[in-house]
Design a protein around this ligand. Structure first.
Ligand SMILES: Cc1cc2nc3c(=O)[nH]c(=O)nc-3n(C[C@H](O)[C@H](O)[C@H](O)COP(=O)(O)O)c2cc1C
Length: 379
């Protein structure tokens, strides 16, 4: 089966199999952005099941871009924490990839102060209760690109095998690409080709910081389902340009790779159908066609069995990332590999203390998981 075969990236780094642990924020770091023992244990236990690679929870690159209480890759003070994280992620010899992000207009005011909220334009997110950010100056944009570069340098120093740029799920890079969030009329916005400038500048900066021998990946939401959002055709153009920068992989962020459902900005999927954009092509297949082997394609969303993973590969993916299945069952990959799928845990236990204890999930993460009903299955 293809899913158990090795995969070599452009950079020469090799995954022993096609399974990656998806980036999973635990919302459980120390206030200063260093990793807690709880979250290291969460990652260590899951990575130990033999993933070809693990992608970390998203690390903020600037304090003003924090969207939750997660890890940071913003300054030298984060280096030893990142070092310990990389070691935990390599529990079974797989590759360790650091995901980096900035929250832009969906940073959390409680963490950064309301005055600190900054984004491509002064346009509030559609999330309920969202505050209006102020538009970033050209200098702030240049600094943010430099912060992504610095974060990639920190990842290299901390011993990671690569970096994944979080360009998806409505965070700052996604906002720069979105005509709904980006109303600028300078170098960074106004036309589709100008809205490409920020994502591409970050990708170039990260590639330069890592050099050719470490992995540079980019996570993208393949289209916006909201009215007036960017389309799959726009995102295909972005992928084509990213592949030209010799990125190692493009990760396609979907809630379900078969049904092509991206994470909506309000996190509600079932709005009025006539107001929602839906592509006619599957995004994984569409991106694989455009990229044409120049970078790998990583699919995610709804992978719960080996057949699901093989299905994604048949649709054009080279790699798959698995999220909720490994939250619920830390030994998911061992069970899949040894053909014990019938014993995979189907949901979180009823008892909240049991969730934390039996599954090595930090208590704050348990709260976060349970705060969105229907998101993670319960027994
Ligand atoms: C608890 C939790 C935290 C997540 N944190 C991140 C994150 O930090 N970065 C990211 O790109 N995606 C994040 N995601 C999205 C997952 O990586 C994945 O794309 C999504 O859950 C769909 O895949 P799945 O059906 O296998 O869970 C998170 C998902 C969950 C459930």
């Amino acid at each position: 089966m293809v899913v158990w075969s090795p995969f070599r990236f452009n950079s020469g780094q090799q995954m022993a199999n096609r399974f990656a642990m998806a980036p999973l924020t635990t919302d459980s770091s120390h206030d200063d952005g260093t990793a807690t023992e709880h979250e290291l244990e969460f990652v260590r236990r899951r990575a130990a099941s033999g993933f070809g690679a693990a992608v970390s929870s998203a690390a903020y690159v600037e304090q003003h871009g924090r969207s939750w209480q997660g890890i940071g890759a913003a300054h030298d003070g984060h280096l030893s924490s990142l070092h310990r994280l990389a070691a935990a992620m390599r529990a079974a010899g797989g590759l360790a990839i650091l995901q980096i992000y900035d929250g832009g207009r969906i940073a959390k005011p409680e963490l950064i102060g309301e005055q600190g909220l900054r984004a491509p334009s002064a346009v509030a997110s559609l999330r309920p209760g969202a505050k209006t950010p102020r538009a970033m100056t050209a200098n702030e944009i240049a600094s943010l690109i430099a912060s992504f570069r610095e974060a990639a340098c920190l990842a290299r120093k901390a011993g990671f095998d690569g970096v994944e740029i979080h360009g998806a799920n409505h965070y700052a890079i996604h906002q720069f690409f979105s005509p709904r969030a980006n109303h600028r009329v300078d170098h960074w916005g106004g036309t589709l080709s100008k809205r490409l400038n920020f994502p591409l500048a970050v990708a170039q900066a990260v590639r330069d910081a890592l050099g050719p021998r470490l992995i540079a990946g980019f996570r993208v939401t393949p289209f916006e389902s909201e009215l007036g959002g960017y389309t799959l055709e726009d995102a295909k153009l972005l992928c084509n340009e990213l592949a030209r920068l010799n990125l190692d992989y493009i990760s396609v962020s979907l809630d379900d790779y078969r049904r092509s459902r991206p994470v909506g900005e309000t996190r509600v999927y079932d709005g009025p159908v006539e107001q929602r954009h839906a592509p006619t092509e599957n995004p994984v297949t569409a991106f694989a066609r455009v990229i044409a082997g120049r970078s790998a394609v990583m699919a995610s969303g709804g992978i719960k069995t080996c057949m699901d993973a093989e299905g994604a590969i048949k649709m054009g993916a080279d790699l798959v990332a698995v999220g909720r299945a490994v939250v619920v069952d830390p030994e998911w990959l061992c069970k899949v590999r040894s053909k014990r799928e019938a014993s995979i845990l189907a949901g979180l236990p009823k008892d909240e203390r049991e969730i934390a204890r039996a599954l090595s999930i930090p208590p704050r993460m348990v709260e976060y998981l349970l705060s969105r009903p229907g998101w993670i299955p319960r027994l």
